[in-house]
Design a protein around this ligand. Structure first.
Ligand SMILES: N[C@@H](CCC(=O)N[C@@H](CS)C(=O)NCC(=O)O)C(=O)O
Length: 217
């Protein structure tokens, strides 16, 4: 069996790349990594050479190419029988799938106002209405999942849902989005950020030099 290849974007900015990367790493799946420098030169040609959608992430596993972060996580859960994939309990799994899909399909307000930049020095930002509504929804869904499971992660053990919300934890930290009453969800976000694999991703992102001006404001 050849080692699967994960094509990712800049670790500094590519939140969609982080999700399957973190999932595979936390599960100890051996991986080759190829990084495309996004928004530089002929990067779009490089993306289309690797994925029909012209975006990262892309997983190449032998003859199989899987694109899109959620499709990669689903494929990995099935193909590698991930120990930390979806929750084992059917009801918890249904909720985990729901909040993962909600993240994958939504939160446009938060994503556009608070783009992921792992190197951003934490500082608050003025939120527009859409971003504020997204922040409130994240607080609610993290709070609900943690109250039901008792933690330490959203569904107890680390799962695909946590991989999907890891870039949101980065945003909550870097844009100082926590309120004083957010002790439980803050501790959860800090737990995610303290994972050795998260720290490795952030350190690599901080060290990158191919910066994109619009994401550095
Ligand atoms: N729905 C896709 C979104 C992928 C996506 O938008 N990736 C960004 C990087 S984070 C990208 O490839 N941007 C380059 C471009 O659109 O030209 C997923 O979940 O993987």
């Amino acid at each position: 069996m050849t080692t699967p290849l994960l094509v990712i974007g800049n670790k500094r900015y590519s939140s969609w790349s982080l999700r399957p990367w973190l999932l595979l790493r936390v599960n100890g799946i051996e991986l080759r990594e190829e990084r495309v420098s996004l928004y530089q030169g002929d990067y779009k040609r490089e993306l289309f050479a690797r994925s029909p959608a012209g975006k990262v992430p892309v997983l190449v596993d032998g003859e199989v190419t899987v694109w899109d972060s959620l499709a990669i996580c689903e494929y990995a859960a099935e193909r590698f029988g991930l120990r930390h994939g979806w929750p084992k309990d059917a009801k918890a799994r249904a909720r985990a799938r729901s909040i993962t899909a909600e993240m994958h399909a939504g939160f446009v307000g938060l994503r556009s106002r608070c783009g992921m930049n792992v190197a951003r020095v934490p500082a608050p930002v003025a939120l527009d209405e859409a971003a504020a509504a997204d922040v409130a929804r994240v607080r609610e869904l993290w709070g609900d999942a943690l109250a039901r499971s008792g933690g330490p992660f959203l569904f107890g053990d680390f799962s695909i849902a946590d991989a999907f919300y890891a870039p949101v934890a980065v945003r909550f930290d870097r844009y100082a989005l926590f309120s004083p009453e957010d002790a439980t969800i803050r501790a959860y976000a800090e737990r995610l950020l303290a994972l050795p694999d998260m720290q490795a991703w952030v350190a690599a992102g901080v060290a990158e030099t191919d910066l994109v001006a619009q994401f550095e404001q």
